[in-house]
Design a protein around this ligand. Structure first.
Ligand SMILES: [Zn+2]
Length: 73
């Protein structure tokens, strides 16, 4: 199974995460406009909530931001 590199901005900083997503999760991150998805980093097994985010262009939401979900969330 191919993995896809997903590099959303970290919620609480400017650093980017480097997540390895499977096909199913990667498809969730290709939504147009506003989207939100729970994805799993295949490298670590950690789950993240990811959302579309503004890039520097007006009305463009091609960037993404994410934060780690702890157990039970
Ligand atoms: Zn953009």
């Amino acid at each position: 199974m191919a993995l896809h590199l997903f590099t959303p901005r970290n919620w609480d900083g400017n650093e980017r995460l480097r997540l390895q997503l499977n096909d199913e999760d990667e498809a969730k991150t290709r939504g147009r406009g506003i989207w939100r998805a729970t994805v799993t980093d295949q490298a670590t097994g950690k789950r993240y909530e990811a959302r579309s985010a503004d890039c520097s262009l007006p009305r463009c939401h091609c960037d993404a931001i994410a934060f780690e979900l702890k157990d039970g969330e």
